[in-house]
Design a protein around this ligand. Sequence first.
Ligand SMILES: [Zn+2]
Ligand SMILES: [Zn+2]
Length: 450
Amino acid sequence: MLGYFITVIYLLTTVNQGLCDDGYFWHVTDFHYDPTYETTSLSCKESKVGDQIGTFGDMWCDSPWILIESCVQAMKKFKRNVDFVLWTGDTILHADVEKINHTFNAVILDNTTDVLKAAFPDIPVYATFGNHDAYPTGQFPPNNTLLYNESLARWRSWINDDTQDEDFRNGGFYTVKTSYGIRIVALNTNFYYTPNKLVSPEGDPAGQFAWLTETLGNATDQNEKVIVTAHISPGVTPKPDIPFFSDQNDKLVEILRQFADIIVAMHFGHEHADAFKVLKNTAGVPTAPLFLAPSIAPLRFGPMHNPGVRLVKYDRITGKHIDISQYYLDLNAANRAGVADWKLEYTASDAYNIQDLTASSLTALIDRMEDSDSTEFKTYRKFYYVSPPENLTEDCDWKCHAVIFCGFTEFNLDDVKKCEKKMVSEAIRMTSWKYLYGFLVFVLVTYIHT
Ligand SMILES: [Zn+2]
Ligand SMILES: [Zn+2]
């Protein structure tokens, strides 16, 4: 009898442990810290800012220090005990190249590294470079450089693995295994960003593609699950456009597809928008979810948006992404009140009524967004701009909807354009039928009444 009870208690404990493997991590991106915000406001778009810029930031400027500090303090307040933090770059302000220099940028990188270290002293932050972090902006050489060497010194305690030094010094990429066994693959995708003049648009800068293939191959052999992180994402933006040189976009996508079955998620910044995509594996099955986190910096080259930072809930063993809690700052309200009151904007499970963030759940959600009038698509658009000030959400017509919809799963510009054309002609066909049907009903009613 006693043995029976012991067995039952053991099983209950085991099951309970199985249910308690949830872990959390923060993803913060695009601080774009402007140390001149209160003085010469280098980052502000002069034609757009009003008479006075707000204490906590302005929709048409990069971040003042007080905004960055309030964000990091909010992260600490909402969830201090996270397993790690992803920090996907663009820490430097938007400014003309002659107004800044390497030393100016280095101080910004030091300050932001220090504020994260102070808030999360025992927690690794997996940092990657954004296109603005190089000087001159966007110029990433495929070999040893001051930025890589200085940043290795800044971030060494987080990477905590000397065997990564050579790759980091040459290209700013690395891989680490988290304490729970999930592998982080941190890439420098700025090599492939079209403004970069220091690489060949067809080549393999710093051998990162070869390294990625080898790293993901080893992870497969070791039965590991992988989180990929970098600043710029492959795939098509809503413009529609691809940020990368075409060949390199396709090459990166091809490698990620090849190993999609072990990639539990990919996390990027750069777009200053809240978005996601789903990558299919080589068999055409939606397999690897891809998330774009919104920026801390309010400035965006498009409609206004608020600053946002996200907390991800995941299964520590399988790596499965369970939920996103998206936090944000209503910037105008903060400036009016004189207090930066960061709040929960949404949780993905509630907002989209989904069980988890796996590729299959996201694919079902994408299906529900095929209708541009669907609540899900409208919700997606609102969160895309981080709940922007009222009446500022841009209209999204058929074409706009089609590009976004196609871009959820297509990662090549030609494929998106083909898909978009098909969707728009289908929409025109349906509308023509609707009008024809209305006309016939009108004729019939008129005929009956005469
Ligand atoms: Zn940015
Ligand atoms: Zn960027």
